[in-house]
Design a protein around this ligand. Structure first.
Ligand SMILES: Nc1nc2c(ncn2[C@@H]2O[C@H](COP(=O)(O)OP(=O)(O)OP(=O)(O)O)[C@@H](O)[C@H]2O)c(=O)[nH]1
Ligand SMILES: [Mg+2]
Length: 212
């Protein structure tokens, strides 16, 4: 019985997600779904990347997902891009109906891309399709190099993975080789971007990836 309810929820979610995909296709707007653990550096990646993308002419809006507060939206608002914060309460992920409603608040004709920062969580957001063109996994050095093995689904679904906080590698037991091996054991064609939001190292290829 419980399984049946879950199936219905996911089915309803998929209908909203399909509507979003259709709408954004019509408008020529790309949608990215950033997924990573609490504190992985998702907002920091946006803070680093958005000014660089804007300099190249990209018109961007952001949807922030958090259980509580508008802290991340406030950080993004200082970059002078449209941003809406969704608070999920106890919810551990965003769903497609929430995203669909927020998209209605943006002037889509004036945008090239919308970036969603999902609720900090490496598991639940992966199961809920938001109608995005792609999921991007964000994982930080301090989480450990074994995480792709332990939480494989996001690393299987995300074609691009951003490894953040590489400036901290010398201070941890993180092995880039072990991490890369773990990733490759899950998906061979993964694009891996090494990034430090503190020093800016690694930002150029990432900008190129988002805005060729
Ligand atoms: N050393 C270092 N610290 C970083 C880097 N990126 C982010 N941080 C720090 O990591 C902490 C968490 O960063 P956030 O960007 O808030 O992480 P988040 O994933 O958005 O967090 P939630 O939205 O709460 O899930 C902050 O103190 C950042 O300054 C990095 O590349 N290097
Ligand atoms: Mg954040």
């Amino acid at each position: 019985m419980e399984i049946k309810v879950m199936q219905n929820v996911l089915k309803a979610n998929d209908v909203f997600a399909e509507n979003t995909t259709e709408l954004l296709k019509t408008k020529g707007v790309r949608l990215f779904n950033l997924i990573g653990s609490p504190g992985a550096g998702k907002t920091s990646v946006l803070e680093l990347m958005i000014p660089l993308l804007k300099d190249k002419g990209a018109r961007i809006a952001v949807i922030e997902g958090d259980c509580a507060t508008a802290r991340d939206a406030q950080r993004i608002a200082t970059l002078d891009v449209p941003v809406v914060q969704i608070n999920t309460g106890n919810g551990c992920h965003l769903d497609a109906s929430q995203v669909g409603k927020v998209l209605g608040e943006f002037s889509l004709d004036a945008l090239d891309m919308v970036i969603i920062e999902n609720v900090g969580n490496l598991v639940c957001p992966t199961g809920f399709d938001l109608g995005a063109d792609e999921k991007i996994a964000i994982i930080s050095v301090t989480e450990g190099d074994d995480k792709p093995l332990k939480y494989p689904r996001i690393f299987h679904e995300a074609k691009a993975v951003i490894l953040t906080k590489i400036d901290l590698i010398p201070y941890t037991n993180f092995s880039l080789q072990r991490f890369t091996d773990a990733l490759r054991s899950i998906r061979q064609d993964q694009e891996l971007f090494l990034l430090s939001c503190t020093t800016g190292e690694g930002s150029d290829p990432l900008v190129e990836r988002f805005w060729p």
